[in-house]
Structures are given as structure tokens and as C-alpha cells.
Design a protein around this ligand. Structure first.
Ligand code: FEO
Length: 171
């Protein structure tokens, strides 16, 4: 039986994952308006991944006989200075998500809630990938700062990203 405290924290994370999705959609909209369709595609896929994360927590709460309580989703940041700024904001966002997952893991560990720890292990691994993906694009963007051709090449590269639900996707 999951405690009220842990259930509330899991529900808060459902909300935060939806907020993450909304934030990345706002970033996609910025890139779309700048006619950078590859970057926009990257963030659209990222927004889909975050919906997947939200639903993974949603399904888990139901599996554990809890109740999903949906809350208001905060307004995302909509103004950015540049594509680099988009990715820096995304990277900062992912670092916050990682911290939240660690905090959830601390609560689950304290309460010896092993099934939840197992779920959160998936998210811990996922966060390593999420942070790494943002970091590597930031590095490429910094290298291409005075080279518009390189920026468009990266835009083309990111146009190919697609959303594929992980094979171990069961919540
Ligand atoms: Fe759901 Fe990007 O973390």
C-alpha cells in the first residue's frame, strides 16, 4: 500500500510531466515560427516523450490502486532569445526533472516501497539519456554559432527524430 505522501508526490510528478510536455511544445512553437522545422520536430518529439512519461506514472498509480488527481498545468515559458537558448532552457528543465525523480526515489526508499523504486529506476536511466541529448546538441550549437550552414545541417539532422515508445514501456 503506497502512503498518502508518496501517492501525492507521484501525482505531482504526473502534473510535472504534462508541464514538461507543454514546455517543449512551446519550444517547438518558437522554432516553428523561426522556420527551423528540424528543431521544431525535435521539440515536438520531446513533447510526445513527456506525455509518455506522464502516462507511465498515471498507469502506475492506477495499478497500485491509487487515484490520479489531475491538476492545473502551469503556463510554460514562451519567449526565447535563440535556438541555443531553447536547448539551454531544455537542459535546465531536465536537470530539475532529474532532481524531482531523485526526491521521489528518496521518499520511496525511506518507505521501503520497492515496486515504486523499480519504476523510478527506469526514470533515473531515462534522465541520463535526456540530459545527455540536450548537452550534446548544446555543444554542437555552440560550435556552429558563427556558421549558419552548420545550424541548418543540425536542423536537417533533427528533422529525422521520431518518437518510439521504449520496448520496456510497461508501467
Ligand atoms: Fe520526463 Fe524529460 O523528463
Amino acid at each position: 500500500m503506497i502512503s498518502e505522501r508518496l501517492m501525492k508526490a507521484l501525482n505531482d510528478q504526473v502534473n510535472y510531466e504534462f508541464y514538461s510536455s507543454y514546455s517543449y511544445l512551446a519550444m517547438a512553437a518558437y522554432a516553428e515560427a523561426e522556420d527551423l522545422n528540424g528543431f521544431a520536430n525535435f521539440f515536438r518529439v520531446q513533447a510526445q516523450e513527456e506525455l509518455f512519461h506522464a502516462m507511465k506514472f498515471y498507469d502506475y498509480i492506477n495499478q497500485m490502486d491509487g487515484r490520479v488527481i489531475l491538476q492545473q498545468i502551469d503556463k510554460p515559458q514562451i519567449e526565447f532569445d535563440s535556438v541555443l537558448h531553447l536547448f539551454e532552457a531544455g537542459y535546465e528543465h531536465e536537470k530539475t526533472v532529474t532532481q524531482r525523480i531523485y526526491n521521489l526515489t528518496d521518499i520511496a526508499t525511506e518507505e521501503r516501497e520497492h515496486a515504486t523504486i523499480s519504476l523510478l529506476k527506469w526514470f533515473i536511466d531515462e534522465q541520463v539519456e535526456e540530459e545527455s541529448s540536450f548537452k550534446s546538441i548544446i555543444t554542437k550549437l555552440k560550435r556552429s554559432e558563427s556558421n549558419p550552414a552548420a545550424l541548418y545541417m543540425l536542423d536537417d539532422e533533427l528533422a529525422t527524430r521520431t518518437f518510439t515508445p521504449p520496448v520496456d514501456a510497461q508501467a
